[in-house]
Design a protein around this ligand. Structure first.
Ligand code: ATP
Length: 235
């Protein structure tokens, strides 16, 4: 579905991604794990067109998307849930969901999809008229995911969905990630919580200072002594 081939991404002189390659097959949950500043968010921003690679290529469903504008990437079926959620605080839950469908014109379908988002996240339906800025962190994460789903993605990019959430909420969010995947959406999941990420993923890539250093099935990484020591709390 997605093939990233040796991309280099810079912020000015800072070489943030160094020849990164990875692949995602349709139907998978693939996780990208790595320490703070390793380049995980940079990769997601590049895939969604917010940053342009200086070299290398990105192929999605058989065509090149590197250098394309973010709207056209969303239209082609890639949605990005950014780190920190970025919900529109002064708008209601439902208005945020409607905005997620801003590139669509099928208003009947949009209404139906809002209902499906509410089925996935009953908490959002209870709070549909509430201003988003007053939601808890976990509810904002649900809203950011719901908003992204409103674009009807084939590939969903999730940046640190568990960040700052209580353990019970982390569990809920991960159950919903699995449900979204079972309903047919392919997922690229960026996480610092490597334990949780590997527990839901099919495969994983470990990124260190801008380079993919290790890749394998989630089970292989969970069993690796090196990964256990560096990313799974040494257990
Ligand atoms: P985190 O979990 O902290 O977001 P990350 O793995 O997502 O970590 P990135 O945010 O992708 O890391 O950052 C990769 C590198 O690029 C870091 O060295 C970071 O300091 C640098 N960087 C990120 N954003 C910018 C920016 N806007 N301008 C300059 N440098 C940046």
């Amino acid at each position: 579905m997605l093939k990233v081939n040796g991309i280099d991404v810079f912020y000015g002189n800072i070489h943030a991604l160094k020849g990164v390659s990875l692949e995602i097959n349709e139907g998978e949950i693939v996780t990208l794990i790595g320490a703070n500043g390793a380049g995980k968010s940079t990769l997601l921003k590049t895939l969604s067109g917010l940053l342009k690679p200086k070299s290398g290529s990105i192929e999605y469903l058989g065509s090149s998307i590197s250098g394309k504008a973010p709207q056209s990437i969303v239209k082609s079926g890639i949605s990005h849930v950014p780190e920190g959620r970025r919900v529109f605080a002064n708008m209601s839950v439902e208005e945020n969901l409607e905005l997620g469908a801003y590139l669509r014109k099928d208003s009947k379908e949009i209404k139906k999809d809002i209902q499906s988002v509410y089925e996935l996240f009953p908490r959002l339906e209870e709070r549909r008229k509430q201003l988003s800025g007053t939601l808890s962190g976990g509810e904002q994460q649900m809203l950011a995911m719901g908003r992204a789903i409103m674009a009807k993605p084939k590939l969903l990019l999730l940046d640190e969905p568990s960040m700052g959430l209580a353990p019970l909420m982390v569990k809920t969010i991960f159950q919903i990630i699995e449900k979204i995947n079972q309903d047919g959406t392919t997922i690229l999941l960026v996480e610092q919580n490597a334990n949780m990420a590997l527990s839901v993923a099919d495969r994983a890539y470990v990124i260190e200072t801008g380079r993919v250093e290790i890749s394998g099935t989630a089970a292989e990484l969970q069993a690796s002594e090196e990964i256990k020591k560096a990313y799974l709390g040494g257990l």
